[in-house]
Write a protein that binds this ligand. Structure first.
Ligand code: CAA
Length: 383
C-alpha cells in the first residue's frame, strides 16, 4: 500500500495551492459578503484546466484521474468553498455524467466547451418536495414526436443561474416510480426554460443556487441520456463520484480552519504564554488533526478506487460523511480557539464554519450517507 502521491500529483497540488493562495483566497471574504458569483476565478481555473480535469484530452479536458481532481478541489476549497463547489458540479456531476452515459454525438456537442470552462454545467435532481427521496420526482417528461415536453420545478440547483446546460431528471412514467425516471441534457435557451428564485444562503454564499422552472420546456428527443427509465441509475451512479468531490471540498474547508487555528494559537497569549501551550487547546488541535487525516485517507481511498473503475458507492459515502462531519467539528473548534475574534468577520474562521454546514446536506445528507453505507454493508454480509 502506497500512501504517497505520485510526482505529477504533488506538482499539481503545489501549482493549485499557489494559484488558490494568490488568486482565490484574497477575494473569498468579499465575494462571500456580497454573494457575488466568482466569474473571474472560474475563468482563471478554466485557463489552468481545472474545469474539465477528468475529461479525456481528445474531448478537450485534462485527462486526469479522480484522485488528481480531488487533490485540486481540496486546494480550491481551502481558499474558497464557493468556488470549489462551482468547479465540483461542473466536473463531477455534469461532465462525469456525460462521459459515463452520453452517446458519442452528445459528448462531441456537450463536453468540449464545458471541459474548457467556456460554458458551465449543472445537475438538476432535487425538487421543492423531493430531496433525500430522490425517486419521488414530480417533474414530468412527455414524448411528443421528436421532442420531450418537460414540466416541473427543480430547486437548490448549484450553478443554476449561470449554467449553459444541465442534466435534468424527470418522470417519463410515474407509475413505475424510480424505474420511470429519465435523464435529459437541457440547454438554457430551450423554449420553456427559466431560472427561478435565487437562494440567499448561510454559507457558500458566492456560489449560486436557484430554482429552474420548466414550463412546457421543449427538449429534443436526442438529448435523452441512455434509454427512457435509465435516469435513477444515472443519478445515483453520478452522485457516487460527486460525493468524492464534496469530501474533498469539506477537507479543504477543514484544513483551512485548522491551519488558521494552529497559527493563531501560537500567536495569542493568555496567562503569560501562547495559548498553544495549554493542554485544553492542544487536545482540540490533536482531535482536529486526527479527523482531517482520517477524512483525507477515506477520500483518497474512494478517489483511487474510482480512478481504477471500481464501484465506490460505500467508499464515497463514507468519505463524504466523515469529511463533512470532520469539517463541521474542526470549523466549530477553530472558532473556539479564536474565542471572540473567531466569531467576527475580521478572521476567516466564521466563514469556514458557515461554509462547512452545507457539506452535511448537499449530494445526500449525512443521514442518507448512513443509509447508503448500511445497505452496502448488509449486502456484503448476505452475498
Ligand atoms: N449506482 C447505481 N445504481 C444504484 C445506486 C448507485 N449508487 N444506488 C441505487 N441504485 C439503483 C438500485 O440498484 C436500484 O436498482 P433496481 O431498481 O434495478 O433494483 C435502484 O437504483 C433503486 O435503489 P434504492 O432502492 O436504493 O432506492 P431508494 O429510493 O431507496 O433511494 C437513496 C436510495 C440512497 C435514498 C437515494 O434516493 C439517494 O441517494 N438520495 C439522496 C439524493 C441526493 O443525494 N440528492 C442530492 C441532490 S444533487 C446535489 O446536491 C447537487 C448540487 O447541486 C450540489
Amino acid at each position: 500500500m502506497n500512501f504517497h502521491l505520485n510526482e505529477e500529483q504533488v506538482m499539481l497540488q503545489t501549482m493549485v495551492r499557489e494559484f488558490a493562495a494568490q488568486e482565490i483566497a484574497p477575494k473569498a471574504a468579499k465575494l462571500d459578503e456580497s454573494s457575488e458569483f466568482p466569474y473571474e476565478a472560474v475563468k482563471k481555473m478554466a485557463d489552468l484546466g481545472l474545469m474539465g480535469m477528468m475529461v479525456p484530452a481528445e474531448l478537450g479536458g485534462g485527462g486526469m484521474d479522480v484522485l488528481s481532481y480531488a487533490i485540486a478541489l481540496e486546494e480550491i476549497a481551502a481558499a474558497c468553498a464557493s468556488t470549489a463547489v462551482t468547479m465540483s458540479v461542473n466536473n463531477s456531476l455534469f461532465l462525469s455524467c456525460l462521459m459515463n452515459f452520453a452517446t458519442t454525438v452528445q459528448k462531441q456537442k456537450y463536453i468540449p466547451e464545458w471541459a474548457a470552462g467556456k460554458k458551465l454545467g449543472a445537475y438538476a435532481l432535487s425538487e421543492p418536495g423531493t430531496g433525500s427521496d430522490a425517486a419521488n420526482q414530480r417533474t414530468t417528461a412527455v414524448r411528443n414526436g421528436n421532442t420531450y415536453i418537460l414540466n416541473g420545478t427543480k430547486n437548490f440547483i448549484t450553478n443554476g443561474p449561470q449554467a449553459d446546460a444541465m442534466i435534468v431528471f424527470a418522470m417519463t412514467d410515474r407509475e413505475k416510480k424510480h424505474k420511470g425516471i429519465s435523464a435529459f441534457i437541457v440547454e438554457k435557451n430551450f423554449p420553456g426554460y427559466q431560472v427561478g428564485k435565487v437562494e440567499k444562503k448561510l454559507g457558500i454564499r458566492a456560489s449560486s443556487t436557484s430554482e429552474i422552472v420548466l414550463k412546457n420546456c421543449e427538449v429534443p428527443a436526442e438529448n435523452i441520456l441512455g434509454q427512457e427509465s435509465d435516469g435513477f441509475r444515472i443519478a445515483m451512479a453520478t452522485l457516487d463520484g460527486g460525493r468524492i468531490g464534496i469530501a474533498a471540498q469539506a477537507l479543504g474547508i477543514a484544513r483551512a480552519a485548522f491551519e488558521a487555528a494552529v497559527k493563531y494559537s501560537t500567536q495569542r497569549e493568555a496567562f503569560g504564554q501562547a495559548i498553544s501551550q495549554f493542554q485544553g487547546i492542544q487536545w482540540k488541535l490533536a482531535d482536529m488533526a486526527m479527523n482531517i487525516d482520517a477524512a483525507r485517507l477515506l477520500m483518497y481511498r474512494a478517489a483511487a478506487m474510482k480512478s481504477k473503475g471500481e464501484s465506490v458507492t460505500k467508499e464515497a459515502a463514507m468519505a463524504k460523511l466523515f469529511a463533512s462531519e470532520a469539517a463541521n467539528m474542526v470549523t466549530k473548534e477553530a472558532i473556539q480557539v479564536f474565542g471572540g475574534y473567531g466569531y467576527c468577520k475580521e478572521y476567516p474562521v466564521e466563514r469556514y464554519f458557515r461554509d462547512a454546514k452545507i457539506t452535511e446536506i448537499y449530494e445526500g445528507t449525512s443521514e442518507i450517507q448512513r443509509i447508503v453505507i448500511a445497505r452496502q454493508v448488509l449486502k456484503e454480509v448476505t452475498s
